[in-house]
Design a binder for this molecule. Structure first.
Ligand code: APR
Ligand code: ZN
Length: 365
């Protein structure tokens, strides 16, 4: 089975032939149909995040169930599934309180199956890990059944893949984390797959002004196509702040979303807020990054900063809802996709992403 393997962070990805074990109790084998290239894969590739290797990259994927292990009920071969990169333990306090995106015991963070082993091996027997326990940049994967969420067959594979990360993260940040009310004004910093999903989510929520900000002009046009009412080409921070305030009308946007993960833009997303405004931090930074804000106006103006991981996704509930919204024509997820590529094109896709080119390149199998 062909898979994109990262020997260790910082090195180029190599496509290798791996051996995949049969699913064990509570697991399913999925034939991957599509896997998006997300900036979180690039964070790992570029050693901005420490991760063990060798590891199969990819965490934004969808596929078809091929086989189920002992004890699996309710998911049969042939079903289309979206893979969740944070499958919940369902036992910890966070899971029991319904906040699965905060699960403290998910084995996903160890990039292994719940029993601590891995189903992936090299021909010589060496273990290979699966990124976030799903490792979607491969022809097949074996995952716990909790990570495989059935969605309607009518959803195209590339669209299904994006529901697994960028769409859940961006739309969820608007709808679930911030609970943006109809009529609010919104600004979005960074227009990759995540930021453009925030734009789609803001349009869905009924935001009246949606200001989209990026340093790459081409991204601004993409944002307009997805519902942005105003665009700002990012440049000097003070000028960017002035332009965003003006575009949002009056004092500034009620809600800002930072979908890049850079201290400079995190600080802009807070500085631009009017009194009573809310900044939602969605982009993941490199480890150890810090950002600051001026404290007096923050308290005096009753501002809020919210962190939003995975758009507060409860995968089993939210993935099918996003799929239905897409099928109803209310989430044009297909517009995020620039190109269908092969596994061998992954390093090229990473290079484009570093330059801010392209929104989503999706590996198809
Ligand atoms: N000012 C404005 N825009 C910027 C800046 C900047 N200083 N730096 C980068 N950008 C833009 C890029 O041009 C690009 O359009 O931010 C966008 C980032 O998009 P992608 O690299 O495609 O990233 P994406 O996959 O959307 O993920 C965004 O969310 O979960 C996290 O790890 C993920 O940190 C990443 C973030
Ligand atoms: Zn991702």
């Amino acid at each position: 089975m062909r898979a994109a393997v990262l020997e260790q962070p910082g090195l180029p990805v190599r496509v290798e032939d791996l051996v995949l074990d049969e699913p064990r109790a509570g697991e399913v084998r999925v034939r991957i149909t599509a896997s998006g290239v997300c900036h979180s894969d690039l964070h790992v590739r570029d050693a901005e995040w420490e991760r063990p290797g060798p590891i199969v990259l990819g965490h934004e994927g969808a596929g078809i169930v091929e086989a189920v292990g002992p004890g699996v009920t309710g998911l049969e071969p042939g079903r289309q599934v979206v893979l969740s990169w944070y499958y919940p333990c369902l036992r910890c306090r966070a899971c029991q309180s319904g906040r699965q995106w905060l699960c403290s015991d998910t084995p996903a963070l160890a990039h292994r199956s719940p029993d601590g082993t891995t189903r992936l091996h090299r021909a010589d027997g060496q273990d290979v890990l699966a990124y976030l326990a799903i490792g979607t940049m491969a022809e097949r994967t074996v995952v716990p059944v909790e990570a495989a969420i059935p969605i309607p067959d009518a959803v195209a594979p590339e669209v299904a893949a994006l529901i697994g990360c960028s769409v859940s993260t961006g739309v969820g940040a608007v709808i679930k984390t911030a609970e943006v009310p109809a009529g609010a004004s919104v600004a979005v910093f960074g227009l990759g797959g995540v930021g453009l999903s925030v734009v789609m989510g803001a349009a869905l929520a009924g935001a009246t002004r949606i200001v989209a900000v990026d340093r790459v002009p081409e991204k601004l046009e993409r944002a307009r196509d997805l519902g942005a009412t105003h665009v700002v080409l990012a440049g000097d921070p003070d000028e960017t702040i002035r332009a965003v305030r003006a575009a949002a009308g009056g004092q500034g946007p009620d809600f800002t979303f930072e979908a890049i993960g850079l201290p400079a833009t995190i600080e802009q997303s807070i500085a631009v807020l009017p009194r009573g405004g809310t900044a939602v931090l969605v982009g993941l930074t490199r480890f150890g990054a810090r950002a600051s804000f001026e404290a007096f106006p923050f308290v005096d103006g009753s501002l809020r900063i919210l962190g939003s991981n995975y758009g507060f996704a409860v995968a089993a509930l939210d993935f099918p809802r996003l799929a239905e919204l897409h099928l109803a024509g209310r989430l044009p997820i297909e517009k995020l996709i620039d190109a269908r590529i092969g596994l061998d094109d992954l390093e090229d896709a990473f290079a484009r992403m570093r330059r801010g080119e392209s929104v989503r390149r999706v590996i198809t199998f």
